[in-house]
Structure formats: C-alpha cells, structure tokens
Design a protein around this ligand. Structure first.
Ligand SMILES: [Zn+2]
Length: 188
C-alpha cells in the first residue's frame, strides 16, 4: 500500500495535538470531482482522500489542519479522511439514483434504518475499507495521541456521512485500539 501525494494549499499551517480521526464521504462519485471541490480556496480540506479503487491521496501533511467538521476546535485536533461515496440514493422504479440523478448499481446500494429521511445508501468498496483501516494504523504510529475514530455525523446530525449501522464503521473504529494480532488484515 502506498500513498500518492497531490499537494493542496487550502489549509492552516499551525499544529495541534491530534486526538481524533474523522471519516467523511464526499457525496460524489468521482475522485477528480472531490479534488476540485476540496481545491476551492476556502480552508475546507482534508489531508486524505480515498478513491473507490482504494487509492489513498495525501493532499497535505496531516500535522496541519483545515475545516472539515465546521467546528474549529474539533478540526484542529482531528485528521479528516474523505471517501469517494455518493451518500444516500433514491429508489425509483427498482433502480437507484444519486442526488445528481446518476444511476448507482444496485449491488453498490445498502438499505439501512431510516436516517434523516433516507434509507438507501451507496456502499464503500472493500478496497476503501482496507485503505481506511491501513491508513488509520499508519496514523496511529505517527500520532500516538490519537484516541478515537468518529464519523462526520457525530459532529452534525444533518450530515449523512455516515449513518448509524453503516457497514464496517465500527470495525474501522477499532483500528486505533486493536493490537496487531487482532487486525483483520495483515498489514504493516
Ligand atoms: Zn463530511
């Protein structure tokens, strides 16, 4: 596993003790679209973006910070990871469509208990799950002060990334506390 660098300039250069990893979804279907949105000079950015293929792109050194949860106190002490992911999808006539009306394959859709009025969600790929887990393990080595993994919904209940019971989020939360022998993947 390696990390591709695609430097951005949309962050602050002061540093704080890192305590939290925050998992996000982009509400989009493409890696390029996500970079375009993050590149806007608004100091909203994350150090990592994970593509559907599992490719990890580093946009800036995670010791720095940018806005990604809306709350500056949390943003300063957290490391954001965006995943390319449509978020909720609408079911129309047996097919599924993103909020932009793009068809999403049925085998990439999961039904969950209703959250903010939505029941159907795009899944993360297995490659993304693997890459998130691997990345959190690497971050744990570099920032031993990290102590929790949360999703964006913890900081705003109007955000869909990620709904309660979304697959594998609880597993990803264990990456910070698991001993190497408990890791599902033999990663180093
Ligand atoms: Zn988010």
């Amino acid at each position: 596993m390696n990390i591709i660098k695609r430097p951005s300039n949309d962050h602050f250069l002061d540093t704080y003790r890192k305590e939290i990893v925050v998992l996000h979804g982009t509400a989009g279907g493409s890696e390029i679209g996500a970079h375009t949105t993050l590149d806007k000079p608004d100091k909203v950015d994350v150090p990592y973006l994970i593509a559907r293929s599992g490719t990890i792109v580093e946009r800036f050194d995670p010791k720095y910070w940018a806005y990604h949860t809306g709350k500056s106190g949390i943003c300063k002490i957290s490391i954001g990871i965006e995943n390319v992911w449509w978020g909720w999808v609408n079911k129309v006539g047996g097919k599924f469509y993103s909020w932009t009306n793009k068809e999403v394959p049925a085998d990439e859709v999961i039904e969950l208990p209703t959250f903010c009025g939505k029941r159907h969600y795009h899944t993360l790929t297995q490659e993304q799950i693997y890459s998130n887990y691997w990345l959190i393990l690497q971050l744990k080595k570099r920032f031993p002060t990290l102590k929790e993994v949360n999703t964006h919904t913890k900081y705003s209940n109007m955000r869909y990334d990620f709904p309660p019971l979304f697959p594998d989020i609880e597993y990803l939360k264990t990456a910070l506390t698991a001993s190497p022998i408990e890791d599902r993947f033999n990663v180093s």
